[in-house]
Design a protein around this ligand. Structure first.
Ligand SMILES: [Ca+2]
Ligand SMILES: [Ca+2]
Length: 494
């Protein structure tokens, strides 16, 4: 991953170095209401081409440009916008407009891994976004982001209209002091490699949370975030027996500390997913509370970049089982000194549970990830009950990025459930299963930046199922035939 600092800020009193992570950079400091902002440096898209500065908060993704300014990449909307097209300033007030249009055609064959039934499917979807941003006095700002998600030919008739336009993000930012930011409203969250918390930009709908986010920046290179998000509101419910009871809702809370020195760094986090699963149909159910304790580290060693992450989960399920689960991931990227070649090795593992109902739930929960990017682009595997090894060979030139991924995927516990990338059950648990090989996957991907604001990308994937997919011996599975998937993607971002 190309890592470049895209902005730097000089502030009166003390200077704070820009921080960079995953191809994007975050930095904003002010002192006594005076803000001196250097002209922004052009961001790069993934293939390494420098983009003209046409927009605010543009970041690189493997498929082309996108926008990100939340979670780890937090950028206060209270900060006055830089000069540029679609931006305006009047004394202490500034405003900016951003536009985005994505269109993607996808084709998938044999998701059931069975040759017996034909299940080829193709779709063309688009996302169109309009983002408005205003800031005043360097103290307060707001973002309103509307998106329309639509599949070609999915309306009931040529004169029908599906209600597919919605608010993706809408929040107010307050810069209380030079070191304390508050964001209230609907917002994306994204941390690290998006393994546990991601904005799921791959999905046309993407992901956003409703709640409050606070960032403290107490020292150079150090940020401490805290957030509380409402996933489902509490309610008074009446169960089938006619009794009224309180449902306390579902909440996602967390604290995430980051320390950076150059390209090295350490993260530590505590996340709580607190859920009351009671419904009017089921009646009262005990709470399902899951605590995730994790750490992540970044270390550059010459031409090799190392990233590692580990997480432990504790808590209690609504079935009164104890939660004890864990996961780890590690990645080494070696950039060769020739022709933009790089080699990457990656291991992702997470515990599963082969003994349902024994009092301990040891299935790791991947929470709210951008699951798509880690365990095979075909999306058949989640960071839950898995041991995945990935090898990548890529070449990144200004005009093209081509990379080939090979994945070997198996279950942590062969008896446990196999989960698809979105966390849904792909193959149910089976106590009789002894072979946990899910399969092997090859992904060939290409991204071509046509312009700093426009990229074309595509991929072809083939998944070769292993014994865990075979229903032969246990009666539980899908099949033994390969599955294929491909897409062509146009991303434009202003
Ligand atoms: Ca089939
Ligand atoms: Ca168990």
């Amino acid at each position: 991953m190309r890592r470049l600092v895209v902005a730097w800020v000089v502030c009166v009193g003390h200077a704070v170095a820009a921080q960079e992570d995953g191809g994007e950079a975050v930095s904003a400091v002010e002192d006594a209401g005076v803000m001196l902002v250097a002209p922004p440096v052009a961001p790069v898209v993934d293939a390494g081409i420098a983009a003209p500065v046409t927009s605010f908060d543009v970041v690189a993704s493997p498929w082309g440009p996108g926008r990100k300014s939340s979670g780890e990449a937090f950028k206060s909307a209270a900060t006055t916008v830089d000069d540029g097209p679609l931006r305006w300033k009047w004394k202490d007030v500034s405003a900016a407009v951003g536009l985005q249009y994505f269109a993607r055609a996808e084709a998938r064959d044999n998701a059931d891994l069975s040759a017996a039934a034909r299940d080829f499917a193709m779709s063309i979807e688009h996302r169109a976004r309009v983002t408005g941003k205003v800031s005043a006095f360097g103290r307060v700002g707001a973002v309103l982001e509307l998106q329309d998600i639509r599949g070609w030919g999915t309306e009931a008739s040529t004169v029908a209209l599906l209600p597919a336009t919605a608010l993706h993000q809408g929040f107010v930012d307050l810069k209380a002091t030079s070191w304390l930011d508050v964001r209230v409203g609907r917002q994306e969250l994204s941390y690290g490699e998006d393994r546990l918390i991601g904005n799921l930009d791959w999905a046309m709908t993407a992901r956003a949370f409703d709640g409050v986010f606070v960032r403290a920046s107490p020292a150079e290179g150090l940020t401490i975030d805290a957030f509380g998000m409402l996933v489902k509101p509490p309610a008074f419910l009446t169960d089938t027996g006619g009794g009224r009871f309180q449902n306390s809702g579902t909440y996602f809370t967390g604290a995430y500390a980051r320390w950076r020195k150059g390209k090295a760094g350490v993260d530590a986090y505590v996340l709580g997913l607190l859920d009351d699963p009671s419904t009017a149909v089921t009646g009262f159910r005990p709470d399902h509370n899951r605590l995730t304790l994790g750490a992540r580290g970044l270390l550059p060693l010459g031409p090799v970049a190392l990233v590692g992450e580990g997480a432990l989960q504790l808590g209690t399920t609504s079935a009164k089982e104890r939660i004890l689960a864990g996961a780890f991931a590690g990645r080494a990227t070696w950039t060769l000194p020739v022709a933009g070649l790089y080699v990457m090795g990656d291991v992702s593992a997470a515990t599963g549970d082969g003994t349902p109902g024994d009092g301990t739930d040891s299935t790791f929960n991947q929470l709210f990830p951008t699951g798509h990017v880690h365990l095979g682009f075909i999306d058949y595997v989640a960071w839950q009950n898995v041991v995945g090894v990935r090898g990548t060979l890529g070449i990144k030139q200004p005009f093209v990025h081509v990379w080939l991924d090979f994945h070997h995927l198996r279950a942590w516990d062969s008896r446990g459930t196999w989960y698809a990338a979105n966390g849904s059950v792909f193959v149910p648990a089976s106590a009789a299963r002894t072979d946990g090989v899910m399969g092997n996957e090859l992904d060939l991907s290409v991204t071509v930046p046509l312009h700093g604001s426009v990229a074309l990308s595509g991929a072809f994937s083939v998944f070769l199922p292993g014994a865990m997919a075979d229903p032969g011996s246990t009666g539980v599975g899908r099949g033994t035939s390969p599955s294929t998937w491909a897409f062509v993607y146009l991303r434009t971002q202003l």
